[in-house]
Design a protein around this ligand. Structure first.
Ligand code: FES
Length: 217
């Protein structure tokens, strides 16, 4: 699928946000894989052309970060199961194994019907809410096997699924566009801040601790 004029214009919008054009490369790659389902050779060349980089430099970034797909993502929904230490110990490994069995796929594979990609993922910086699963990069906190099977049931039935922190799951490609920073009107609507998220901040306040002034660095 050719890259649309709209996406080319959105790439230029991303460039306008940064003092140096090349800083737009990371969001630009997310935008292009939202459009094309993966980072294609055409996408790599467009980034290189717009940012005055070589395709080798663009490819180096695209192959470094695990969120970029250089092969077709396939699945409509990306299911990421955190299996780092906190999540793994508290049930992440068991959730992954149950999902792998239910969907008949291994790590990184797409289901036969093309609907789901299952992946082991690294720490999502949400260890307070372990075990964490992401669906299209939306957080599902403190999950267990039964809750995760319920999520899959609903997605398979085409029902709305709402993440623990508020947003409805919209599909992997729509999420990639949001990650790119293109305004989808959904920003900052979540009010899902809980006591676990604020525990460190509250403890610092109780102790009278304050952050150092950046000017002192
Ligand atoms: S280990 Fe899973 S969010 Fe940190």
């Amino acid at each position: 699928m050719a890259i649309s004029e709209q996406v080319r214009a959105e790439c230029r919008q991303l460039m306008d946000r940064y003092p140096q054009d090349r800083s737009a490369l990371v969001p630009m790659l997310h935008l292009l894989q939202s459009e094309q389902g993966m980072v294609t050779a055409e996408g790599l060349e467009l980034c290189a052309e717009l940012l005055d980089l070589s395709t080798a430099e663009v490819r180096a970034v695209a192959t470094f970060y695990t969120m970029y797909r250089l092969r077709s993502q396939g699945g409509e929904h990306h299911i990421g199961v955190c299996v780092n230490t906190a999540c793994g110990l508290l049930g992440g490994d068991a959730i992954f194994d149950a999902l792998s069995k239910r969907l008949s796929v291994s790590n990184g594979e797409v289901t036969a019907d093309g609907r789901f990609t299952l992946e082991r993922i690294e720490c999502q910086a949400a260890c307070t809410h372990s075990p964490v699963v992401t669906v299209d990069w939306e957080y599902f906190d403190q999950m267990d096997i039964d809750k995760m099977m319920d999520v899959i049931d609903k997605l398979e039935a085409g029902e709305e699924v709402v993440a623990t922190r508020g947003p409805a799951v919209r599909g992997w490609r729509a999420a990639e566009k949001t990650i790119a920073g293109i305004d989808d009107g959904l920003g900052y609507k979540s009010d899902a801040i809980d006591s676990l998220m604020l525990a460190g901040l509250n403890q610092a306040k109780e102790r009278g601790e304050t952050a150092p002034d950046p000017k002192d660095f």
